[in-house]
Design a protein around this ligand. Structure first.
Ligand code: C2R
Length: 184
């Protein structure tokens, strides 16, 4: 993971280091598609000035998408959206007593004019993939890699389908031959 804000494709922000393991799949998905990331712990509540400065600087340096993960009263994604017109994706994080419903609502319920594309609670991998899809709109080589990633998932499901069907077809075959031989 890159630590600088300059010349990276996607900036991933989180409100606390306690969010890192939830957010890591976003970086992994992006890096797996050949995109560069800056990963930062910055909080709209605890480090408002540093967070705002980072977003402005990153925007000036050409960051294409911001991904923001936060738990509880999750204002980070909205605060980031206030300082940039680049797309902002929010990842609500289950932290504290309300299981993530609090951060889901805090992230998703933005006022008109300040969109934050919000993924599922803990949905960092989808946030990474969505950021890649946004960038792929103007990058045909990346679009091909995104399509290949999708095709890989399709293959995995079809492989699982084959395995599960084989297991149950085998067991129903043996039951029907048992009943034939037993029933005379
Ligand atoms: P600690 O584990 O540091 O106490 O943080 C973090 O994202 C984390 O999930 C608990 C939770 O507080 C969240 N936090 C926010 C913001 N800053 C930190 N929601 C913010 O700016 O929105």
């Amino acid at each position: 993971m890159t630590g600088k804000s300059g010349s990276v494709d996607v900036a991933i922000l989180m409100g606390s280091k306690s969010d890192l393991e939830t957010m890591r799949p976003a970086a992994k998905a992006l890096q797996g598609l050949g995109l560069t990331v800056a990963v930062r712990v910055l909080s709209a509540h605890r480090t408002p000035e540093e967070a705002a400065a980072f977003v402005r600087e990153s925007t000036a340096n050409g960051v294409k998408v911001f991904i923001c993960g936060a738990g509880g009263a999750a204002h980070l994604a909205g605060a980031v959206a206030a300082h940039t017109t680049r797309p902002v994706i929010g990842v609500p994080i289950a932290a504290g007593t309300l299981g993530g419903f609090d951060s889901l609502l805090s992230t998703v319920m933005m006022p008109p004019g300040m969109p934050v594309a919000t993924v599922a609670v803990g949905g960092a991998e989808n946030a990474g993939l969505l950021a890649a899809q946004i960038i792929a709109g103007s990058d045909p080589a990346l679009a091909k890699r995104v399509e290949a990633e999708r095709a890989g998932r399709r293959r995995k499901v079809l492989q699982s389908d084959e395995e599960v069907r084989a297991e149950f077809e085998k067991s129903s075959d043996s039951k029907s031959s048992d009943s034939k031989s037993g029933g005379g």
